[in-house]
Design a protein around this ligand. Structure first.
Ligand SMILES: Cc1cc2nc3c(=O)[nH]c(=O)nc-3n(C[C@H](O)[C@H](O)[C@H](O)COP(=O)(O)OP(=O)(O)OC[C@H]3O[C@@H](n4cnc5c(N)ncnc54)[C@H](O)[C@@H]3O)c2cc1C
Length: 450
């Protein structure tokens, strides 16, 4: 992402004639590649407003990118692409909240907040997204009483196609606020985001291997007893790796040891098994069994500041589909998935992730008005994911699932609209704000039915 060329201090909208086109852009998993006509990295709110205004006035199209960690072509643009990587950092922090520039990456943000005595309420399992990228797609971690990152947002500064910067919150432009937190960059560019915070805290992580049936039976209790509970199920086995986290006053664990475990045992070993699977796809079920066996050896404890405890290193690249199901349907859906994988002998070795997310009131949030279980299926980069994802998607849809906006799925407006009670309200607000469809690309056209 940040390797793209541009002229510092200038927006691409004002690049001199004859300047070279930006190089190809590709996302983390390699599933999306494109070359925009122009690329800009504004370094102030005024520059951002001017860029958006100029593009809108010229009848152009514009997509804004975060850190490129979505698996689908949300940011693809053959016209203008915008990055907010130079609009980064904390503008103000205090009274349990912070106003943060939207391009801030979550990793440095964790440290910056900690030095001010604060932490985010919850995070996903990586921390390399831009804050706005995570918010725009409803990115979440796990915790039955905790909503997605988007639900931690208290206010936004949004730059509309006209270039006007609008403030919205529950009391100011409440409709726009209900729509704009999860809008996939279709309503405007988020410039600043105010988020709710907690006093900085440490988490104690306990990992243990468990039989799938026992894990599903204990899951509701784990979800009540632990602030964060999730598990990974190893396909073609009855084995899970359970992760439980609660706040603690205990001191931090040895960081060197944790890094070694992540680098060598998790990413190194998974990388090796993945390369074997890709070379011999028929061996994938056997590789999953090796992973299940190593999960038993991975039983351990660790204490870290919350922002470090949430995030893991993901060095082995994959493609992913995730659906958010009504919480009560999660266990049955996973059992059906296990049966499907076994019966059809699906060639996969990547563990399936199972998490909890609390309901919110954001119009296009997959957690809109319902507590959910998030089930994520992964396939190693370069291995065929179609048969696996197709079968998994049918099971998830059958249980009323809504797809994660940043991950793979096959739904279009026809299937998406009935899943969202506020779908029509969102689309009419969007058409009112952006009648020239400045922020719409072909992928959003299929999602929104333009
Ligand atoms: C290895 C890996 C692990 C992941 N783990 C999780 C997880 O634990 N939980 C989870 O829920 N998801 C997870 N995801 C998905 C990921 O969090 C989302 O796809 C997220 O949107 C990516 O953020 P990004 O900064 O890369 O945004 P991008 O993918 O670059 O963009 C995502 C969307 O945000 C919009 N956007 C970006 N900046 C702005 C802005 N300033 N204003 C308006 N719109 C904007 C873009 O237009 C686009 O629609 C994971 C993905 C990967 C690759």
């Amino acid at each position: 992402m940040s390797t793209m060329s541009t002229i510092p201090g200038e927006s691409a909208a004002s690049l001199p004639a004859g300047s070279s086109r930006p190089p190809d852009w590709r996302n983390w998993s390699g599933s999306v590649r494109f070359r925009p006509r122009a690329f800009s990295r504004p370094d102030s709110l005024a520059a951002l407003q001017a860029t958006v205004r100029n593009i809108g006035a010229a009848g152009g199209h514009l997509r804004v990118a975060g850190s490129g960690h979505s698996f689908v072509p949300l940011v693809a643009s053959d016209d203008h692409l915008l990055s907010l990587e130079r609009l980064s950092g904390i503008e103000s922090c205090g009274d349990g909240q912070a106003t943060i520039w939207a391009g801030t990456q979550l990793r440095p943000l964790g440290g910056m907040l900690e030095t001010r005595g604060y932490s985010m309420l919850n995070l996903g399992d990586i921390n390399v997204q831009a804050l706005a990228g995570a918010v725009a797609t409803g990115t979440h971690g796990t915790g039955a009483a905790l909503g997605s990152i988007s639900s931690q947002v208290l206010g936004l500064t949004l730059v509309l196609p006209s270039g006007e910067a609008v403030e919205c919150s529950v009391t100011q432009e409440p409709e726009l606020f209900a729509a704009a937190r999860v809008a996939l960059g279709s309503l405007g560019v988020m410039a600043k985001i105010t988020v709710k915070l907690e006093k900085a805290y440490r988490l104690k992580l306990t990992k243990q291997a468990m039989d799938l049936d026992e894990c599903l039976a204990k899951a509701p209790q784990f979800a009540r007893d632990y602030r964060h509970f999730e598990f990974y199920w190893c396909p073609h086995t009855r084995r899970t790796l359970v992760k439980l986290m609660n706040p603690t006053d205990e001191p931090e664990s040895n960081r060197g040891l944790t890094t070694f475990t992540e680098l060598v045992l998790e990413n190194g070993a998974l990388g090796l098994l993945s390369r074997i699977s890709r070379a011999n796809p028929n061996w994938a079920p056997a590789m999953s069994k090796v992973i299940a066996w190593s999960a038993s050896a991975d039983a351990s404890e660790m204490v870290a500041s919350s922002h470090r405890a949430f995030s893991t290193l993901r060095m082995v690249r994959f493609n992913e589909m995730e659906y958010e199901l009504p919480a009560a349907a999660g266990a049955d859906a996973l059992r059906e998935l296990a049966e499907f994988v076994e019966k059809k002998r699906i060639l996969v070795h990547f563990p399936v992730e199972y998490r909890y997310v609390a309901a919110d009131d954001i119009w296009l949030s997959p957690f809109y008005q319902r507590d959910a279980v998030a089930i994520s299926v992964h396939q190693y980069q370069g291995m065929d994911y179609a048969p696996y994802f197709r079968g998994a998607e049918a099971i998830f849809r059958n249980h009323g699932g809504r797809p994660h906006w940043g991950k793979m799925h096959t739904l279009t407006a026809k299937e998406l609209a009935p899943l969202y009670p506020q779908w029509d309200a969102f689309q009419s607000l969007r058409r009112r704000i952006d009648p020239q469809a400045v922020f719409i690309n072909p992928y959003l056209r299929t999602l929104f039915g333009e």
